[in-house]
Write a new protein. Structure first.
Length: 73
């Protein structure tokens, strides 16, 4: 919510997206910790991660065959 406090010091016109460029609103004096605190985590849940399963066995055997062919060339 630190960005909200930064915005409260600005006039409404300056809060428009057209004024939110690096040239008009530089972040030189904003501490890195404050910027990192404003980052939002990606909306990815644990079930969205690709877990190694039975499908990978076929890919791994194919990759081993390809790599073995390269070793003999």
């Amino acid at each position: 919510m630190a960005a909200l406090s930064l915005l409260s010091r600005q006039s409404l016109d300056e809060c428009l997206i057209a004024y939110r460029t690096r040239s008009k609103w530089p972040l030189n004096n904003v501490p890195l910790g404050l910027l990192e605190a404003e980052l939002k985590a990606p909306d990815i849940t644990a079930d969205m991660y690709d877990h190694a399963g039975q499908d990978d066995v076929h890919w791994q055997s194919w990759m081993k065959a390809v790599m073995n062919d390269l070793d003999y060339e």
